[in-house]
Design a protein around this ligand. Structure first.
Ligand code: ZN
Length: 67
């Protein structure tokens, strides 16, 4: 748990929309970016989210469902 590089895709996935939005940076979540740097699958997810702006729909949905 103490090693930043040990983050798994399952842990990284919920945070990828925030990366696509630029809401997270390597300083705020080094473990996530260490995983991203080594994981082509998650890089592709971020690229897709960034490309289509899908994160906005997801965030909108999550905010609504939390109320
Ligand atoms: Zn991954």
């Amino acid at each position: 748990m103490s090693q930043p590089e040990a983050m798994s895709c399952a842990e990284a996935e919920p945070l990828l929309p925030l990366v696509a939005d630029g809401a997270l940076d390597p300083d705020s979540d080094p473990a996530l970016f260490a995983h991203l740097a080594a994981c082509p699958a998650c890089q592709r997810v971020v690229a897709l989210l960034d490309l289509v702006g899908l994160f906005r729909l997801v965030v909108h949905f999550v905010v609504r469902s939390e109320r």
